[in-house]
Design a protein around this ligand. Structure first.
Ligand SMILES: [Zn+2]
Length: 79
C-alpha cells in the first residue's frame, strides 16, 4: 500500500475492503466535482458556496488524496 493510501486510511478509517473502496469513491467524487464544476461539494457551476466549503485544498492535503482516488477509483466519473 502506498503512502497516499496509508494517509487516506488514517484520515478515513474503515473496517473492510468495501468500506475502503467506498471511501475512495467518495473522495473521487469530490475531485470530479472540483475539476468539473469548481466546487468539491456541488454538481453545479457558480454554486455560491463559501470559500471554505468550496476549497478542495481544505483540509490541507485533501486535494492530493482526492485526485489520487479519482485517478485510481473514479472510473464512473470519467467520460
Ligand atoms: Zn458548491
Amino acid at each position: 500500500m502506498n503512502e497516499l493510501e496509508n494517509k487516506i486510511n488514517r484520515w478515513y478509517p474503515c473496517k473492510d475492503e468495501d468500506g475502503r473502496v467506498g471511501n475512495m469513491v467518495w473522495l473521487a467524487k469530490h475531485w470530479y466535482r472540483w475539476i468539473t464544476y469548481g466546487c468539491p461539494q456541488c454538481y453545479v457551476e457558480n454554486c455560491g458556496c463559501s470559500p471554505n466549503n468550496s476549497n478542495i485544498h481544505e483540509p490541507k492535503g485533501f486535494a492530493e488524496i482526492a485526485k489520487y482516488a479519482y485517478d485510481n477509483y473514479g472510473d464512473m466519473y470519467k467520460k
